[in-house]
Write a protein that binds this ligand. Structure first.
Ligand code: IDP
Ligand code: MG
Length: 138
C-alpha cells in the first residue's frame, strides 16, 4: 500500500473560492501536502489525464469542464492514502455522497463534483508524475 495519492481541486471549487476550505479539510484529516500548484489545463492535457474515459458519453463535457478555469493539483501523503482520500471525497455524484464527505459539502452535480482523487496506487503514481517532478515533492 502506497502512502501517496493525487488530487485535483476542480474548477467549480476554485471558482467558488473553496480551495482553502478543501485543503484545510484534507490537512485536518491527516493528509500532508507534498506538492501543490495552480494550473490551467489545456484540451490535450485534460484529454490525456482522463484518457480512460474517452469512450464515455460525458467525455466531451468533462474535458470542457476541466478546462473551464484554473485548478489546483496536489500530491498528498497519508498512510493508505488512496482509499482514505476516496472515502473522504465521497461518491462521484454529490447527491449520493455520504454526509461529511467533501463532495457532499462542496459538489454541485455528478460532473461538477469539487475534487478528483486517484482510484489506485498505480494511477496515483502516474497522475503525480503527470504534473510533478520528484524534486517538487517535499
Ligand atoms: P470519480 O471522479 O469518482 O473517480 P469517474 O467515474 O472516474 O469518477 O469520472 C471522472 C469524472 O467524470 C467525475 O469525477 C465527474 O467529474 C465526471 N463524470 C463521471 N460520471 C459522469 C456522468 O455520468 N455525467 C457527467 N460527468 C460525469
Ligand atoms: Mg475516477
Amino acid at each position: 500500500m502506497s502512502n501517496r495519492t493525487f488530487t485535483i481541486v476542480k474548477p467549480d471549487s476554485v471558482e467558488k473560492g473553496n480551495f482553502g476550505k478543501i485543503i484545510t479539510r484534507l490537512e485536518a484529516e491527516g493528509f500532508r501536502v507534498l506538492g501543490v500548484k495552480k494550473v490551467s489545463l489545456g484540451d490535450r492535457q485534460a484529454q490525456a489525464f482522463y484518457a480512460v474515459h474517452r469512450e464515455r458519453p460525458f467525455f466531451g463535457d468533462l474535458v470542457r469542464y476541466m478546462t473551464s478555469g484554473p485548478v489546483y493539483v496536489a500530491a498528498l501523503e497519508k498512510s493508505n492514502a488512496v482509499p482514505e482520500l476516496r472515502k473522504l471525497m465521497g461518491a462521484t455524484d454529490p447527491a449520493k455522497a455520504e454526509a461529511g464527505t467533501i463532495r457532499k459539502e462542496f459538489g454541485e452535480s455528478i460532473e461538477r463534483n469539487a475534487i478528483h482523487g486517484s482510484d489506485s496506487d498505480e494511477n496515483a503514481k502516474s497522475e503525480i508524475a503527470f504534473f510533478f517532478a520528484e524534486y517538487e515533492l517535499n
